[in-house]
Design a protein around this ligand. Sequence first.
Ligand SMILES: Cc1cc2nc3c(=O)[nH]c(=O)nc-3n(C[C@H](O)[C@H](O)[C@H](O)COP(=O)(O)OP(=O)(O)OC[C@H]3O[C@@H](n4cnc5c(N)ncnc54)[C@H](O)[C@@H]3O)c2cc1C
Length: 396
Amino acid sequence: MADRQSPDVIIIGAGASGLMCAIHAGYRGLRVLVLEKGPKAGLKILVSGGGRCNFTNIFADPRKQFLSRNPRFCISAMSRYAPADFIAMVEAHGIAYHEKTLGQLFCDETSRDIVAMLLEQCNAAGVDVRLHQEVSAVTPNEAGGFEVVTGDRTYTAGKVVIASGGLSLPKIASDLAFRTANRLGLEVVPPRAALVPLTWNSDDKPVYESLSGVSLDAEASCGDASFRESILFTHRGMSGPAMLQISSFWREGKSVHIDLLPDCDAAAWLVSEQEKNPQQRIASLLKKRLPNRLVETLAGGWFPDTKTGSVSPGEIADVGARLNQWVFRPGGSEGYRTAEVTLGGIDTKEVSSKTFEVGKHPGLYAIGEALDVTGWLGGYNFQWAWASGWCCAQHL
Ligand SMILES: Cc1cc2nc3c(=O)[nH]c(=O)nc-3n(C[C@H](O)[C@H](O)[C@H](O)COP(=O)(O)OP(=O)(O)OC[C@H]3O[C@@H](n4cnc5c(N)ncnc54)[C@H](O)[C@@H]3O)c2cc1C
C-alpha cells in the first residue's frame, strides 16, 4: 500500500545522526518522517558510554582522530558543527555532564537524558518518528524521488537520508546502508569491526587466559598508531581502551606491540636494581611496577624465577625487551557482537562533504556511521554523527 501523505524527507534510522538531521530539517520547515526498525529511538545512544553516553570530545579534531579512505572528508562538517555546538544543546536542556578523561564528556546521570533531549526536539520540530519500521529497500523512482519499503507499506518522498548506521551491536544494526549502496552502484569500503577486543591466538590462550580481570596502564602500538591508556586481560583476549583503540589499526596477520612499562626503560632499571640488591628476586622487583597476578603468571616463562644477581646481561636485555615491547599476535577480534563501531562503509567519494548528497542519485543522502568515517574511542563517533546529521539537514 502506498502512503498518500508523502513527507518531504524520509530519514532511515532514529539513531544519533538520524535524529539530529530530523530535528534540524524539521526546524527548517520540512515534513520529516523517521523510520526506525527498533522498538525505541536512539538505542545505541542508550547503551553507550556504559549507560552514560560519552556524547562528544572537546578535543575533537577532524584532522586527527578519524579514519577513512579519504581522511579529509570529515573536515568540512566537523568544522561547521563543533563539539561546542552540541554542548550548547546539552546545556540548554539542563543535562549535567562531566569530563571523565582526555576531553571525553559524559552525562552525570544517564544516556536516557540525551535521547529524551533529541526526542523532545523532534517533537518541537514536528518530526514524525515511527518505530518498528524496518526498511528493506530504497528505490529511486523514474519520475524522481524514492520509494522506501518496510514490512507492511511503501513510503515515497522526494528526499531520503540513509542514517541506518554500521554493523556493531547486531541486535540493533542492519546492513541496509551497504546493501542499498551496492544495489545503487555506490562503492563501499569493506566494513570491519573496530573499537573491539582482540582475541588470543591458540598458543597464547592457555598461557594468558588466567589473567582475566588484570588491567594496567600500557602503550599499545600497531604500525604508526600508538595509544597509551589501560589494557585489560580477558578470558578471550585483550581489551581496555588502549587495545580497543589499536584494534581500528590492526589487520589479520599483524602484531600489536605492547609496552607494559611505558615510563621505564625496563632493562636499564633491572640492571640498576641488580647492582643495588643482587639478592632480590626478579619477581619481587617487578611487582613494584606491575600487578602481582601478571608477574606470577609471567615468572618462569618471560623471566627466570630467580634472584636478580644470578641472571646474565643477555637475559636482562631479553626480559627488558619483552616488558617494553611485548609482541602480541591476536588470533582475531571479537567481531561486531562487542565492537563499538564499523570501519569502512559507503565510500565518501560517492557523497558531497558539504551536503551529504549522493552524486549518482540526487535526492539521496547518507550520514553518520553508514559512511566510511570512523572515530577513535572517546566521544568522536557521536560528534561525527551529530555533525554529519546537522550539516545534511541544512541542505535538504
Ligand atoms: C556499545 C556501544 C557503545 C558506544 N559508546 C559510544 C560512546 O560513548 N561515544 C561515542 O562517540 N560513540 C559510541 N559508540 C558508537 C556510536 O554509538 C555510533 O558511532 C553512533 O551511534 C553512530 O550513529 P548513527 O546515527 O550513524 O547510527 P546509529 O546510532 O547506530 O543509528 C542507526 C539507527 O538505524 C536503525 N536502523 C538500522 N537499520 C535499519 C533499517 N533497515 N530500517 C530502519 N531502521 C534501521 C537502527 O536501529 C539505529 O537506531 C558506541 C557504540 C556501541 C555499540
